[in-house]
Design a protein around this ligand. Sequence first.
Ligand SMILES: *Cc1c(COP(=O)(O)O)cnc(C)c1O
Length: 498
Amino acid sequence: MEPRKERTLDPEDWGAAIELGHRMVDDMMMLQRNIRGRPVFKTFEDACESFKEKAPRRPLGLEGAYRDFNEILLANFTAPINHPRFWGWVAGTPSPSGMLYDMLTGALNQSTEFPIDPTTYIERQTINWIKEVLGYPMGASGLYVGGASTASLIGLTVARNTMAGYDIRKKGVMKPGMTIYCSSEVHMAMQKAAELLGIGDENLRRVPVDGEFRMRTEALQKMINEDRENGKEPFCVVGTAGTVNTGAFDDLETLAEICEKEKLWFHVDGAFGIWTRLAPRLLHLTKGVERADSLAFDLHKWIGLTYDIGCVLVRDETNHLRAFAVTPDYLKVAGAKGSGVQDYGIDLSRRFRALKVWMAFKEHGTDAFGEIVQQNVDQAQYLKGIVEKAPELELLAPVPLNIVCFRYRLPGLSEEQLNGLNNMILLGLYMDGTAMPSSTTVGGKFAIRFCTVNHRTRFGDIDFFVEEVKRLGQAMLNEDTVKDYMKRYNRFIERISS
Ligand SMILES: *Cc1c(COP(=O)(O)O)cnc(C)c1O
């Protein structure tokens, strides 16, 4: 009889695979160690052809696949978020151990679902740790998800279902007037959530902000009253702890009071700003957050964990379970008490995200994160001070936290010319690979937006950045220089779009 041919994905040569694994760990630790010496951004037109290659039918082997990783990806990519001068959007710089935690997570490859699985208890323990350090009620339930967007979607689902006043899970959305309030500075994740939940973008009411970009609470009260008179059904207020544009904090205490008086659900989006709770000098910013009915935030922004991990906490577990619990027969586990993860959210199979929280909290201790939050805030205030003193720089928004919106300016230039010039400065920083802030518009003005949640940034990096902005501000007055940068940039954009 012919011996049976059996297929497996295990390596033929375990020794060689282990050796290559060691090399990968060495290489990737060195990448992190030497990241400062790399450009923070690089165009990757040379890799474009390879993105069109067809699916490989024949094996390259792990060695071959890793060679491609190096030649196609790493040679053309700088791991910018790891760089000490990455200050774009709100993207957290992970600690080098982050990739090691991911390796451990991958090795266990446990889908944290069941009450008879130890990973479930690590998830509960770390969520308890988070409630403890944030000073949020210990009775709250919580769940790890991919990010603060999903976390808010879950929080707002619990809000909608709890406040609907009928069995919305059975009947579906029947009330067209259910209304949510948030500030005009709210993250677009709230719009997505309102749309997905059948609330509708029109019923996500944007309350105007004051000069500090905080929700105007008297305007909120007025809108609630008017909407009620017009037959709408206000049910929820979303407060933001740290807006994405400028780092503004809504007055959570007053919002909590309004919600209590008006019997509304109080949801807080604290994606990155919630972690100011770990910095004693910043505690005043989030006063009142402990009164939130639900709270959404990330651990991949300011806690230095690798993508992706967000978390939602719901003050009253009963409401949380009522919104999501479904335990079909095939998920019942004999004798086990407590709910599986499917009872708290959308996902069933999922990665063991809690492990990296468990490891990071143990490795660094939670005080370290508060110190880094404070350091980043001090760095932003330092930049603000420099901008205020430099006649050729202009601050475009208050700096309550870690975000500085500013621009380069020269007398005699129109607003339009200033917008163009600052756009070119940003492009120059990217193309030179020296620093990577992002941009936004503040009152119609193009702003260079510096946002740090980066533990690698040193004060000296900020000095260097300011000098580069000034240098480029001068250089971009020369038409030939602008043409040269644009030519190189457009060639890149053409290649990646074709
Ligand atoms: C980043 C961010 C979000 C969205 O979080 P994701 O993790 O990207 O889903 C929501 N709100 C604020 C204020 C943010 O900064």
